[in-house]
Design a protein around this ligand. Structure first.
Ligand code: SAM
Length: 232
């Protein structure tokens, strides 16, 4: 007997605020203002394909870790363990998997079928352009397991306190019309402490690309400080 080889076609590519991987929250819902849109591609862009979906508050997105495809490893170093302990890839949510498939539970904000079929989600943890393979509604009565054990992951990590310089605040205010929740998004993203493991240099300036902004920030202990928002 041979294994079946299946070929999947993306139903669309997710447009997200995250221009590159650095800074993306490590799981969905940690940054509720990370708002993303998905315009369905032909031949999947039929209003009847999403009929009834608008009555669900949350959906599972199945997607391709397209930026790490082909780079799998049997063990990985989860950031939750400080990056210095190895776990089996199947005990983690690492993007470096034999089959680069990801699964994110996100809030469904809207379903628009007036022209194209466009879905809006909140709280995504995916880089801009991620190929989406499937959408399924979340069904709490079978999928919510508050008593489940969560291994080395434990509970939610401690958050950083985030403050802004007057310059950064003024820059956020200036783009209020085009990006109304930019300061909230920056706060949510930095609160997750996106620094690489071992990095603890209060002088070091990091850059995170959100939309077309290069957010410059530093971190001292448990406090992140936003210096400025550069634009190319
Ligand atoms: N919730 C999903 C899951 O469990 O399958 C993703 C979890 S994974 C730990 C989230 C990280 O994957 C993000 O922080 C980002 O670094 C990375 N990532 C997001 N989109 C990606 C993509 N399209 N290709 C490769 N890596 C991606």
């Amino acid at each position: 007997m041979t294994d079946d080889i299946h070929t999947f076609s993306p139903i669309g590519h997710l447009r997200t605020p995250f221009a590159d991987k650095f800074g993306i929250p490590r799981q969905p819902s940690l940054a509720p203002h990370a708002i993303a849109t998905l315009q369905l591609l032909p031949p999947f862009d039929r209003p009847e394909a999403v009929r009834g979906l608008e009555d669900f508050s949350h959906v599972w997105l199945t997607f391709v870790f397209h930026q790490t495809a082909g780079q799998w490893s049997p063990t990985v170093r989860p950031p939750r363990l400080g990056g210095n302990q190895r776990m089996g890839v199947f005990a983690t949510r690492s993007p470096f998997r034999p089959n680069p498939l990801g699964l994110s539970l996100v809030e469904l904000a809207s379903v628009d079928t007036t022209d194209k079929v466009t879905l809006t989600f909140r709280g995504v943890d995916l880089v801009d352009g991620t190929p989406i393979l499937d959408i399924k509604p979340y069904i709490p009565y079978v999928e919510s397991r508050p008593d489940a054990r969560s291994g080395f992951v434990g509970g939610a990590p401690e958050r950083l306190a985030v403050t802004f310089s007057p310059t950064a605040l003024a820059q956020c205010a200036k783009c209020q019309a085009s990006h109304p929740h930019l300061a909230e998004l920056i706060t949510e993203v930095l609160a997750q402490d996106p620094r690489p493991a071992y990095a603890d240099d209060p002088q070091r300036v990091y850059g995170i690309r959100l939309y077309h902004f290069d957010v410059k920030w530093r971190c001292d202990g448990r406090s992140a400080f936003v210096e400025s928002l550069d634009t190319p």
